[in-house]
Design a protein around this ligand. Structure first.
Ligand code: F0G
Length: 402
């Protein structure tokens, strides 16, 4: 059985305990596996023959598959035209928009909701900028248990609210920002017996490690030099690094890739911490950005994510909304990859780091695009010219095409 351990003081807990922070020092928790445990479960030759998907990596996951909807197995696109645009020789896009609900959150939720079932619970909940709520709702529905989601009112992209509603979650819009919704859902979880599935839950993060596993496998079991990804609550950057460190321990890779986190200029507490070499994040009060998915002022996984960046000699950078929109268009028009704004920040950030000389053009880089274009249709309508309306007349059409 894997253990749950305090990330700071090392205090150990049983994985049957429902606990989200260390009782002793209030720090974040993580799931840990002993070397013997991994050795016992891992048959690398067998693993290589299994079909791509989250659960093929069961030796590195904390529970059995109980609730699953074809999560993972997303494409890794080689993106030569985009590479040229950002100024790099070789660029890959790991497109997490191709998950069942259109974001990487499904990887975490298949594991998190499976854990809820193992624990015999009948209610799951989260606060969300949207994607987590969509994923929670779909896996909650599949499991046949209740889902409760708290959203920042008026600040969640339409596609995501639609998903949570349609899959039957109890959707509560808080008249405040995401950070406040997260505080409230933690109180609700403690007092109302709801299993909390934000990324403070260490089991959920285990599923998200598989983004890194898949990318390495899709590169022919070669480790990229660098992962670049958007940072909101900093769960994904934490999870991917954790998985890579476990693969290093298991002898599958030589060392974890460099982890690089990108935020929006209007919401960049993580970037500020990295740039000032801090081991703690100073929360921002009123985050604002077109990338609503990462409109977060107090990233809950801050300490873990900072370690991921520092341990890999990584970096962090922020990009403007304009740079995000430009990268979003380039992804769509040069490579046919449709992403929501937060996702495009990874590509915009990489371009900036190359221009600044902080990333070499001969590095092999994987940018993670975290969510699908259709998540946020309003943003597209706001930034692009609307369709041209004409009378049903061939001459008019010809005029426009010419
Ligand atoms: N990209 C997208 C599309 C997201 O939805 C999120 C987070 C992130 C990136 C950032 O990931 O939090 O692990 O650093 N969305 C959360 C939500 C907060 O509620 O859907 P992170």
């Amino acid at each position: 059985m894997p253990k749950v351990q305090c990330f700071e003081c090392g205090e150990e807990y049983s994985s049957d305990e429902i606990i989200y922070r260390c009782d002793k020092c209030n720090s974040l928790l993580e799931v840990t596996y002993s070397d013997e445990e991994i050795r016992e479960k891992l048959d690398f030759d067998l693993l290589k023959t299994k079909e791509l998907g989250v659960w093929k990596y069961r030796p590195f996951l904390p529970c059995d598959k109980r609730v699953s909807i074809s999560e993972g197995a997303t494409p890794l696109y080689e993106a030569p035209k985009l590479a040229e645009w950002v100024g790099i020789d070789e660029l890959y896009i790991k497109h997490e928009g191709d998950n069942p609900t259109g974001s990487f959150k499904d990887r975490g939720m298949t594991v998190g909701v499976s854990k809820a079932m193992e624990l015999g619970l009948d209610k799951v909940g989260c606060a969300s900028t949207g994607n987590t709520s969509a994923a929670l709702s779909i896996f909650g529905a599949k499991a046949g248990i209740g889902s409760v989601v708290l959203l920042p009112a008026g600040k969640v992209a339409m596609g995501k609210v639609a998903q949570a509603l349609m899959h039957g979650a109890k959707v509560i819009a808080i008249k405040d920002n995401f950070d406040r919704a997260l505080e409230l859902v933690q109180e609700a979880a403690n007092k109302l017996d709801i299993y909390l599935l934000n990324s403070i839950n260490p089991f959920r993060l285990e599923g998200q490690k598989t983004i890194g596993f898949e990318a390495v496998e899709q590169l022919g079991w070669e480790t990229p030099d660098r992962f670049v990804l958007p940072v909101g609550n900093a769960g994904n950057v934490t999870a991917i690094y954790k998985g890579m460190a476990e693969w290093e321990r298991a002898g599958i890779i030589e060392k974890p890739p460099t982890m690089t986190g990108i935020q929006s200029e209007g919401s960049k507490p993580f970037v500020e911490a990295v740039k000032n070499n801090k081991d703690k994040i100073t929360p921002e009060k009123d985050p604002e950005t077109i990338a609503t998915a990462i409109r977060i002022g107090n990233p809950i996984n801050g300490p873990k994510a900072l370690e991921a960046v520092y341990q890999t000699n990584g970096s962090a950078e922020s990009v403007s909304d304009e740079e995000i929109i430009e990268a979003q268009k380039k992804l769509a028009r040069l490579e046919g990859i449709g992403v929501e704004p937060a996702s495009a920040s990874s590509v915009a950030g990489l371009k900036k780091l190359i221009e600044q000389g902080r990333v070499d053009s001969d590095e092999k880089v994987v940018c993670v695009t975290t969510g699908h274009l259709l998540k946020d249709p309003q943003e597209i309508i706001d930034i692009l010219e609307p369709p041209i309306e004409v009378k049903p007349n061939f001459e008019k059409i010809k005029e426009i095409i010419d």
